[in-house]
Write a protein that binds this ligand. Sequence first.
Ligand code: UD1
Length: 418
Amino acid sequence: MQKLLIKGKKEISGSISISGSKNATLPILAASILAQKIKLSNIPFVKDIFTMIELLKFIGMKIKIERKNKTIQINNNHKNINTLAPYRLVKTMRAGVLVLGPLLTKYKKAKVSLPGGCAIGSRPVDLHLFALKKLGAKIKIKDGYIIAEAKKGLKGSKIRFPSISVGATENALLAACGAEGRTILFNCAIEPEIQDLILFLKKLGFKIKISGRSISIQGNKLVKKKINHHIIFDRIEAGTYLIAGTLIGRKLILKQIKPKILKCEINVLKKMGAKIIFKGNSLTIFKSSNLKKISLSTKPFPGFPTDLQAQLMVLMTQSKGVSKIRENIFENRFMHVPELKRMGAKIVIKNKTAFVYGASKLAGAEVMATDLRASVSLVLAGLIAENRTIVNRIYHLDRGYEFLEKKLKKCKAKIKRI
Ligand code: UD1
C-alpha cells in the first residue's frame, strides 16, 4: 500500500495551479445523461472522476478522455441505455447516486445502489428521495437498491428541503430539468459547484433562475446538440494550499482561482493573521509567524466549508490561545484529531466542538489517513512537524487531490510517495 513520506520544517515557495473542482465535475458528469454531445475542460483526473466515468460508460455513454488537455468528450447517443447504477460503482463514491435524478427524468425509471455510510457519518439519501417523490416518482428500496419509476414522466412541483443538502439539491435540480412544467426548490444548497452545474445546464438550454436559496427550473425535453464547458476551480484544494502557505509558505502563488469565491476562507485566514496579496486570478501567500486564535463553525456555502475543517485545525495548532471549531455538517468528522494529537497537538473535543490549544510544536509520526480531507490535514501537519511523518492509506487523498505531492514537490516541499 502506498504512503507519503514527509520531511517537515521546510518552507515552500513557487506557484501552484489549482485544478478543476471534483465536486463540480461529478454532478456535471451525471448531468451529461441529459445532454447529447458535450466537451468538458479543466477536469481534475482524480479517482472519484474515473469512478463516475466508469459508471457513465456502464450506463451506455461513449466517453473520450484526453488527459493531456484535461478534457472529456461525452457522446450520449441514446441507444442501449442501462438505467442501472450498480453497488460496486456507487459504494466507493457516493456521488454515484446523482445519476438517479437524470436517469429517472429522461428514461422514466432507474435502479441505483444505496451508497451506504462512510467514515465521516451515516450520510443518508432521504432528502434526494423526498424531492424525487415530490416530482411524482414512485420509489421503493429493495436489496440495497433505490428502485424509482415515473411511468408518465416527472411533473414540476414546489419543494422545500427540510435541511440543506448539496447532493439532494443537485439530484432534484437534474430531475426537474426533464420534468413537465416548472419546479421551484426552496432551502437549497448554493455552493459554487452547484452554480457551475446550473451554468452547464443553462448552456444545454434549460431555463434556471437562482435567487437566494431558491432555484426555479423550467422543465424541457429538448437540449442543445453540442456544448462546451470549462469546470470551475477547486475551492477546497485552493483553501488547502492557502492554509499550507500560511503555515509554511515563503512566497506561495496560487493560480487559476477566483478570490471572490474564496471570500469566507480568506477572511478567516486574514483574521488569524495570514498575509495575502491579490492579483487578478491569482494570489500570493506568505507564512505568518504570529497566528491568532479564532472560533468558528462549519456551515453550508457561503459559510466556512466542512471540507476545510481538518486543514484549518492544523493552522489552529500553530495559533496562540484556544481556538474553537464546531462541526455542524457531519456527525463524525474529527477523525484526524487522534492522529494530530499523536503528533503533539493539544485538542479536546466536546460534543460537536474541537478546542485547539496553541501554539504546539508538532513532531513527525506514522499516521493513518481516514478520509479525504482528514488525510490532507495530516500532510499539512507533516509539513510543519519536526523530523519525518509517514502518512498511510493515501488512497483517500487520491480520490480528491490531483498531483498533491507533485504540486508540493515543485514548491520545494520534501515529500515523496513510496
Ligand atoms: C457534498 C460534497 C462533500 C461536502 C458536503 C457538504 C460532493 C461530491 N461532496 O457531499 O465534499 O463535504 O457536500 O458540503 O459534492 N443529509 C441527509 N439526507 C440526505 C442528504 C444529506 O440527512 O438525503 C445530511 C448529511 O448526512 C450531512 C448533511 O445533510 O449531514 C449535508 O450533506 P450533503 O450536503 O448532502 O453532502 P454531500 O452532497 O453528500
